[in-house]
Design a protein around this ligand. Sequence first.
Ligand SMILES: Nc1nc2c(ncn2[C@@H]2O[C@H](COP(=O)(O)OP(=O)(O)OP(=O)(O)O)[C@@H](O)[C@H]2O)c(=O)[nH]1
Ligand SMILES: [Mg+2]
Length: 388
Amino acid sequence: MRFFMVGFGQAGGKILDLFLEREKKVGSKIEVKTLAINSARTDLMGLRYVPRENRILIGQTIVKGHGVGTDNKLGAKIAQEDIETILSEIDNRGTHEIDAFLIIAGLGGGTGSGGAPVLAKYLSEMYSEPVYAVGILPAPEEGKLYSLNAARSMISLLKYVDNLILIDNGAWKFEGLSLKESFSRINREIVVRLALLARAGEPLEEGMVGEMVVDSSEVINTLRGGGISSIGYATSLAEPESKKKKKLLPFGRKKEPIMEDDKAIKIATLVRRATLGRLSVPCNPKSAERALVLVAGPPEQLDRKGLEKAKLWLEELIAGVEVRAGDYPTRKTEHVAALVILANVTEVPRVKELQRMAAEAKEEVEDAERMRIEKTLTLFDEDIEPLI
Ligand SMILES: Nc1nc2c(ncn2[C@@H]2O[C@H](COP(=O)(O)OP(=O)(O)OP(=O)(O)O)[C@@H](O)[C@H]2O)c(=O)[nH]1
Ligand SMILES: [Mg+2]
């Protein structure tokens, strides 16, 4: 799955940077085009893996490189003003080999929250490739302004993207850590999921054969048609050495093969754990319209029967009937990892709550403004006629 990844704003840029760092460390050969966009110069300078020529500063005439200070209407405005620059930067990097665009942004702030929907709108109008967004929801403790921003941004994104994949900072905050301290860990969690998704449909490592191959077109079909998606993920623990030793045959020469049924059960259990465990945004998996399962790991631990079992289970579980599944054999890890995309989920409590908080915040802001103006006007004598 070849993505053109755009990190918009600070959170988006950091996640993109970490993605590139990880891909470099594991020696990935998957091609990905990247662009980090921000209105704050220092945020762009802080990136380490996004090449310098792939970082663009927008809104210079208005905010002079200092960011938009959590004002996402201003974020949208500067993205709109600089849209020609952004689009030509994207076009210059070539788009004919990509499968999809992926815009990553924190939805509670200003630059990414306001800019991502504007970019999504233009990309969806100009290109036939699908446009996805990875949106990071603010944690409840960040307050009403962040909620209002996130609600506004989500509504706009949903109009233009083929799919909005949500990550909930509130659900992912690590115990004992502040939200800020949790960011790097949350970002790592996001990046391993995106990395596995990017594997879909890419050439296998030499000498490896996938038993059930998932092509990028299957990812696209799963994510088509708009709506919100949540991602589940689970990994199996590597077999402890002591257990491995027990499996030696009497003369200690050959490892006993892993029992076939055992393997199938392990894979099916892993997919179940990924689906029912902590999702990127908590939701009811039963409300999903479609699902995609991607399992990666050492070839001898993958199992077609297990994958088929998991697929049948998911077909029963979700509201719709479309479930796609595939595996990806790799020697780069000892673990088996399962990724489950629940596409077009409708029961997402946090989104509902954000919408409610945003409505409240909007009313409060409007009331406060009206009251302040009325109060100020009482300072003047009623006999004085306004000019216009
Ligand atoms: N998961 C995660 N969330 C982050 C990170 N940095 C910021 N956020 C969240 O993203 C939201 C703020 O968005 P930012 O990306 O910082 O804002 P911005 O797009 O740079 O916009 P301005 O700074 O207002 O110009 C808040 O809800 C934060 O909780 C990060 O590294 N990881
Ligand atoms: Mg910022």
